[in-house]
Structure formats: C-alpha cells, structure tokens
Design a protein. Structure first.
Length: 261
C-alpha cells in the first residue's frame, strides 16, 4: 500500500498538482442492470400491452356469458313447449295402448270380426261396473243409469250417464275417463262415448250421455287377465273453464255391420 501511495505522489509531483486532487482514489460504484430489478417472470410488456391483454380477456368473458345466456333461454323455451305438448301426446299414447288404465281407441281394434260375442261355453262373463265423480267447481249432479252389467268378450254393450245442472247460469262441462284395473284398459274398447266432449247445460237442464263399448276377445288369451273378473269404468266431470287443454282423443263413430236378415 505504501508503495502504491509513493507512486501516486510521484505522478502528482510530475503533474504539479496537489496530492488531494490528483488521482484521487474513488470507490467503484455498482451499476445495477435493469434486468436485475425486474421481477421474476416479467414478460417485458408495456403498460399499453397490459391494457390490451386485459381488455381481450374481458371481451372473451362477456362473449362466454352471452352464449351461456342464449343456451339457457333456448332450454327454457324448449321445456315450456314440451310441457304444453306433453298432456295431449301422453293422452294420445295412452288411448292407443291402454297404458295407465286409459280406454283403448285404436281403430284396428274395431274390426267386424272382433265384434262377435263369444259363446258362453267358450268365454266367461265379465262384470262391468260404472262410477262417476264431479269436480267441486262444477255445480252438476252426475251419475250412471246402471251401476253394473255383465258381458262376454266381443259383445257390445250400451249404457248411459245422466248429468243435470244446478247452476244459475250456463255452464260447460267436460269429462275424463279411466279403467281399473289398469292392465285391463288395453282390452276395453269404446265405440262411442262423451269423454273429452264439451257439454253445455242451462240452469236445470239435464242430458243423457251414451257409452257404447265392448271387451276385446284377446282378453281371454292374456295370462295377466285370468284373475280379472270385474272391470270398472269411471268418469269425472270438470268445469271446462277450469280445465283448459282437454280435447277429444277418440275415433269417429264406427259403422256397425247390418244384422243378418
């Protein structure tokens, strides 16, 4: 160190400058590179680039929300449409198959050869009972004229239900029907009935409503029908103002074959 100072003194004397201002020893300064002060993972984007990136992400999020809203609205409208169509479609299905105790209205069941009564020696008689119900909103009396009758498969039968209005104004009623036991509904075929048909009655007016039906001969071939000895046909009358959407699901009247001379 002393040698280093003596060299400096010699140089200063040659320059004719004081030792305090000549070749002063300066501490080296540490130059910090910008890259060392930047956080790890910094991508080097400017503030403008950051704003653009944030705006793009926000726009994508808005587009996703809009698409989700459209899909949800479409699903809701689709479910609403199905709910309106479900009732008539379900009733049509039941009327064609006899499902859930609904009386069968398939036209193929009304072929003339099926309307021939089987001989008592070939078939057992089946007891048919009739029931009636009236909704609270309909001020009518409603009951079957016969409580029961007996038929053999293939034999046609005719009975009536009587309704009378107790209202002070004109009221329109509409009836629904059902068969029990449910599994017998596939063999209970109606040729003519008043179900799902609007009936308008004035105060005090009454009406006789026919039910023309037969039991399909295939009833005897079904092993699930062996223990069925009684079939019940029930009707319920509603005020049509409180039962919108009820519509007839039945075939047009069938032309009966002319009796043999």
């Amino acid at each position: 160190m002393d040698r280093y100072k003596s060299v400096l003194r010699t140089v200063c004397l040659q320059r004719q400058r004081p030792l305090s201002t000549c070749c002063a020893i300066r501490r080296p300064t540490l130059t910090v590179q910008p890259s060392l002060t930047q956080p790890t993972g910094f991508t080097g984007r400017s503030s403008g680039s950051c704003r653009f990136y944030s705006s793009s992400r926000q726009q994508k999020g808005n587009n996703s929300n809009t698409s989700a809203g459209l899909y949800t609205a479409s699903l809701l409208f689709g479910m609403l449409g199905l709910s309106y169509a479900a009732v008539p479609l379900y009733r049509l299905f039941c009327a064609s198959t006899g499902y859930n105790g609904t009386v069968t209205t398939d036209r193929s069941k009304f072929a003339p050869e099926r309307l021939v009564p089987l001989a008592p020696s070939e078939a057992r008689r089946i007891r048919i009972t009739f029931e009636s119900n009236t909704a609270d909103a309909l001020p009518w009396s409603f009951k079957p004229e016969l409580r029961e009758l007996y038929v053999v498969p293939g034999e046609t039968a005719l009975t009536f239900y009587k309704a009378k209005s107790k209202a002070k104004t004109d009221v329109v009623g509409v009836a629904t029907y059902n068969v029990t036991p449910w599994r017998a509904g596939a063999y209970f075929n109606k040729i003519q009935c008043f179900c799902f048909e609007e009936q308008r009655l004035s105060p005090g007016e009454d009406v006789d409503m026919p039910v023309f039906f037969f039991i399909d001969p295939d009833f005897l071939d079904d092993p699930y029908m062996k223990d069925v000895t009684t079939i019940t046909l029930g009707y319920t009358l509603f005020n049509s103002a409180h039962a919108p959407g009820l519509a007839p699901v039945q075939p047009s009247p069938i032309a009966m074959p002319a009796p043999a001379a």
